[in-house]
Every structure is written in C-alpha cells, then in structure tokens.
Design a protein around this ligand. Structure first.
Ligand code: BES
Ligand code: MN
Ligand code: ZN
Length: 465
C-alpha cells in the first residue's frame, strides 16, 4: 500500500462536481477537455469518474461526481458517503493526484483512499492500486497512514484462514505489536489457564492448538486505565453443537474482535495517547473432539459464578467472561470488549453496523456521534435488565444461552455484564468483522469495525501526549 504524499504542484487535480455545479465547471474546462467529457457521457452523479486529456493527449484533469453539495441537513450537508473517494484509486492510472473543490473532510477522504488500497495478498499476488494522493496542508498524513496500516494489519488477521492462524499465530502477532512499542506481553496457558481461566481452557481444550490468554500492557502506570478485550476464536465449528456448513463457512473470522483490539491498540500506541492501555485476547479454537466441553456441563468461571452450558456454540461469551473478570480486577476507567458474538446482532443491524451495549448513557451518545464523525458507525442496543432471567439455570448461577429465540444479542450482552461489574464503564461491541461486498474504502473481506471509533474516542477524551 502506498502512503500519502504532502501537497505538491505536480499533482493531477481531481475536480469534485455535483449536478448543480457541473455547468459552471464545464465552462471552465478547455474546449478539448469539455468536448471529451460530454462525448464520453460524463454526468455529475455520485461516484462517476471521467479522465480528461490536455491538448497533448495526456491526462490533465479528473472529474469526480459527488453528492449534491446542498443536500442534507446541518452538519451532514453535502457530505454524502464520507468514503466516496475510495472509488478513485482503482479507477485511476499510476500517478499523483489531489482533490479539488472537495466539500467533505479531507482527512476522511485521504483515509478512504488508503483503506481502499488494501489487498489480501498472502496466497496470490493481488496488485494494489498505484494512484497516489497528495493531501492538503493541515491534514496529518502520518496519522492517517498509521491508522490505515493498523487497519490493514487487522484485516490481514481476519482474512487469514484458520489453517495458518491459530492461537499461537495470534500470540505471535500480539507479541510483535507489543515489541514494536515497548509494551509488556505475557501469555497464560496450560495449567495456569485451567486454574485461572477455566472457561477459556474448557472452550479451547478440544483443539490440538492450545488455548491461551494474551495480556499486553503499555503506557504510564498512573495514567487512566483503558482495557480492550477481543474475542479470539480462530475457528468456530460450534463445538459439539456443531454448525451447519453454511453457518461455518466464514468462521475463520471469529477472531475479528481480537483483530479489532490489536488494531485499536496499534493506533493508541502509535499516537502515544496518555493512557495506561491493556489488551486482553482470549484465543481458542472451538473444535470437536472426544475431550470437547459438552452441553449440560457446568463450569466454574474465574469470577466464581457457575455456568451451565446450554450451547457449546455460545463460546465467545464464555472466553470473554473470564477475560473480563481479569480486566475488572484492577477496576479500570474504561473496558471495551469486541466480539463477533451473535448472529442475532447481524439480524437486527446487518453486517455494516455493529451493536453497542453500555449502561453509560453519555458514553453511548459520545460513541454513536464519534462513529458517525469518523465513518466507523455503531448503533446502541439495550442492556434490557428484565431479560436477564432468560439466562437462569436450574443447576448453576446462570446458563450461557437463553432457551428461546428472543433478543439473542441482548442476552449475550447481559451475560458479559455479569463478569465486569467493577469497571467504571463497560462497552460491549458485537460486530460482524467482514464486508460481504466491496464498498468505497471497504474492500470485500475482513474488516476491523470499531477500532478507529475507539481510537477517536480515546484521542478526544485524553488528547495527545
Ligand atoms: N461466532 C458466532 C456468532 C456469529 C455468527 C457472528 C455468524 C457473526 C456471524 C457465535 O459464537 C455463535 O455461534 N453464536 C450463536 C449463539 C447461540 C448459540 C446462542 C448464534 O448467534 O447463533
Ligand atoms: Mn459460536
Ligand atoms: Zn463464535
């Protein structure tokens, strides 16, 4: 992936035009370019692109159709899809470009450019676009590059299939990240995992690839404590409650929460935010074998609550529960957990809109607004306390599933809530981790939804060092 360039005279202008402004722009074009634009049928509609020649036949100007600048209300006026310029890199020949008359946020446009240039090239050469963007003065190109690099690293993890990405490989990625920023990284496995984190050990024990809990800490120990917890199920067969093949097909992405936590950590550490950051990644393979945990088993969690297993496919909440308990032991200021936790959240909100759960109304509002501002949206869903009874068990403190078909994302969130009572604020993000089809700035495949959002929120709250 190419990086962004500073503003330079030598860049080909990309003139952004809406329908209303098009006649005036057309009038400013040299006759040959104007004739070419019309002959090739350019219309100033969102996403349309035309390459216009100069007198010598070389590319001189690019036209890019944008949303009507007058459309929308208030702050949204004329913004349209903040990532719309993500269409451009694939459509343009090698060269250096700059945006002209762009009405939206130039930093988000530059980010979209970078994010759209991502390719997963591990198993087959996949050429990345060669068009480079020069960003205007005042836009922090280095920060945008850092964010895009962190997203790319996270996407690589999600896209890598389980045969090449087990718990050990997630550990290696975490250790490499920690090493880059001088962070401490410890890993709990084996007997220590069985005694200290019994739910993680139980979910992961059927796999020959040993389960573990990765624990990274970074930053000034006296700074506000922020902990990121990511679900790292490298493959989710469902366990003995095995998934049908169609539901299992994409389950290499069941570690997307871990990828989000690591990507957000990379952004936070890269920017040097004044927080004491902790990243906890419980990572397991939810496999089928003779020693697999079973429906009906009762497990004692790290927290002490006993959990009856109603369904081995509700494994994410089990491993997160033990990790959240550890997070909670130091009563951090903020705990985020990220997880591809329920199909129900996807039924409710679709693949592009992660579900946000928190009891903190102000924080929920701040997250929703920040998500829109940085084009990494979330939608709040309720921790509806009266549904907690759906998790009642006849033999244990609680069941890991509700027996019925209702409010599956809510009951999963309520389950997690039981294990992080001491944190000043706990945010649970139930995400899909995947773009089912390509959109500008969002190539098809693995996606680290909510990492940029959390970084933006932390940056706004704690500022740069
Ligand atoms: N990883 C899945 C959830 C999932 C499925 C996320 C598809 C995104 C796409 C999770 O471990 C799971 O299997 N959840 C079950 C819970 C159920 C057994 C209560 C689900 O959602 O069906
Ligand atoms: Mn599952
Ligand atoms: Zn899962």
């Amino acid at each position: 992936m190419t990086t962004l360039l500073p503003a330079t005279e030598a860049a080909t202008p990309i003139r952004c035009v809406d329908a209303a402004g098009w006649p005036a722009v057309l009038a400013t074009l040299p006759p040959l370019a104007a004739a070419f634009a019309q002959a090739s049928g350019f219309e100033a509609k969102p996403g349309r692109i035309a390459l216009l020649p100069g007198a010598d036949g070389r590319l001189e100007t690019v036209l890019f159709g944008i949303e009507d600048k007058g459309k929308g209300k208030g702050d949204d006026k004329g913004k349209g899809d903040a990532f719309a310029v993500g269409r451009l890199p694939d459509a343009l020949p090698e060269g250096t470009y700059r945006l002209a008359d762009y009405p939206g946020d130039p930093a988000l446009a530059a980010l979209a450019w970078r994010l759209s240039g991502y390719r997963f090239g591990r198993y087959r050469e996949r050429a990345a676009p060669t068009a480079r963007l020069a960003v205007p003065a005042g836009v922090d190109a280095a920060e945008i590059d850092r964010i895009a690099d962190a997203v790319a690293a996270g996407r690589d993890l999600v896209n890598t299939p389980a045969n090449d990405l087990g718990p050990a490989e997630i550990e290696a990625a975490a250790r490499a990240l920690a090493g880059r920023f001088g962070a401490a990284c410890t890993v709990v496995e084996g007997e220590a995992l069985e005694t200290g984190f019994p739910l993680i050990a139980a979910v992961g024990r059927a796999s020959p690839r040993a389960p573990r809990l990765i624990d990274i800490t970074w930053g000034d120990p006296s700074a506000p404590r922020v902990t990121l917890v990511g679900k790292g199920v490298v493959f989710d067969t469902g366990g003995l409650d095995i998934k049908p093949s169609a539901a299992m097909l994409l389950m290499k992405k069941d570690m997307a929460g871990a990828a989000v936590a690591l990507a957000a950590a990379e952004m936070v550490m890269g920017a040097g935010l004044p927080v004491r950051l902790r990243v906890l990644v419980p990572t397991v393979e939810n496999a089928v074998a003779g020693d697999a945990f079973r429906p009906g088993d009762v497990l004692k969690s790290r927290h002490g609550l006993t959990v009856e297993i109603g369904n081995t496919d509700a494994e994410g909440r089990l491993i997160l529960a033990d990790a959240l308990s550890l997070a909670d032991e130091e009563a951090p200021e903020l705990v985020f957990d990220f997880a591809t936790l329920t199909g129900a959240a996807r039924v409710a909100l679709g693949p592009d809109l992660p579900a946000l759960f928190t009891e903190d109304d102000a924080l929920a509002a701040e997250l929703a607004a920040t998500g829109l501002a940085v084009n990494d949206p979330v939608w709040r869903m309720p921790l509806w306390a009266p549904y907690a009874g759906l998790l009642d068990s006849k033999v244990a403190d609680l069941n890991n599933v509700s027996g019925g078909p209702f409010a599956g994302a809510v009951t999963a969130a309520l389950f997690l809530r039981r294990f992080a009572p001491a944190a000043k604020a706990h945010v649970h993000l139930d995400l899909y981790g995947w773009n089912p089809s390509a959109k500008p700035g969002r190539p098809e495949g693995g996606e680290v939804q909510t990492a940029r959002l959390v970084y933006a929120l932390l940056k706004a709250r704690y500022g740069a060092r």
